[in-house]
Design a protein. Sequence first.
Length: 306
Amino acid sequence: MLVPALFVVLGFFLLVKGADLFVDNASGLAYRMKVSSVVIGLTIVAFGTSMPELAVSVTAAIQGSNEIAVGNVIGSNIFNLLVVAGASACIYPLAIHSVLMRRDWPWSIYVSGVLLVFILIHQDISRWESILLLVLFGALLTKQIRSAKETQEQSVRSTKSLGRLIFFLLAGIAAIIAGGQLVVEGASNLARLWGWSESLIGLTIVAIGTSLPELMTSIVAARKGENEIAMGNVIGSNLFNILCILGISGTLRPMKVDIWAAQDCLVLLLVSIIYYGVVKKWGLNRRCGLCMVLTYVIYMVWLFVR
């Protein structure tokens, strides 16, 4: 019991320190590359903080633990939208970039709908469906890269050289990934000692644990006033999780999923649509952020009750 608890504590320490390094140098890199922070948030930051989900889901798929692989992605996306974005907004109201509202958030709704259809048709994610997800990911990434070339917005000025920025950015990613792995390992072992099922561990401990990099990064970004990195990280990670992580996992090994996955995917789709409408009309202020966090609490209660 003591060793898993120590893993969790050490993991949180690395997450906080890594996120601080990551955000500072990501905004500096945006300045050096002469692109907007939202593009950095959607790509470098989002992909970097999603590395734990990639490692966990691909490993679980190869080992045949489909419930953990799919539950990790769906659970992480729900956590990202409701808790990562919500908690960040509670600390510092977020101004959402027009590109996110016009292009990337709707894309996250579309791909959640596509995933739900895949699950409902025959309760699995086949190899061809996984390849389609990867093709969609390639198309979206191409669009984001073109957007980066077109924009000339600049982030906070940085006095560091490009080499130092990249070095500390990678160091931040390494600390975040290591911290996330320690938290997941420690918390999963504790959960097994408490008698939790594999599906419940995937949707809760693993999903939340692998989303801690997004949470810490977005909270630190919000605290530093880097709103575009904070929200770009959330939407970018959700797109990466479904299109790239499930795409790779299902291509390596087609995944059978149970009917519960359809219910959780429906929850993801509904909260994505509902809060898109709310944020579009009223913005992502503290009241909205609090509602998002409370929605997640209700979802968690429902998970344990069902």
